[in-house]
Unconditional design. Sequence first.
Length: 156
Amino acid sequence: MMLEPDGVGTVVVLIKFNNLLQYYVTDKEIWILNEEILKNAFIEKGYEIPEYEDDIRYGFSILSEKNIVSFLARVVNFKVSKEELKEYYIIYKELYGDIDVHYAATPIFYIDFDKREFYSFFTEPGSYEKYIPYGWNGYDKAGKYDKYVPSEMKYW
């Protein structure tokens, strides 16, 4: 595992594309699927949009089923297996307890590129499910990952 999830900045994400399921542990900000909507929301509120030196999105302002293959090729080093996450979950639970493990070591997002659905299990403010491509459905299911993650991908 290249990064350790903390449930706040670095998160576990489950991606479904072409009927294949894969976990990633990445910076959570790369999963804002439609940065244009987010930028417009900031501008409407009178905020300036900061320029970032590092492009953590590799130039993709909108992630959708049309370009996800190219994007996933860029984040391939952040792939993790269910088994790796299970080991991490067990260790984290022993060290920090039941409550913390559910926030740090479980999926924060489940993004189904086949059905064009974005599930956010994030319990902090953020509303990531609102910043999705047109034609997608976004769902705020804070803390309810157990209900929506496919059973074959559960490691907890």
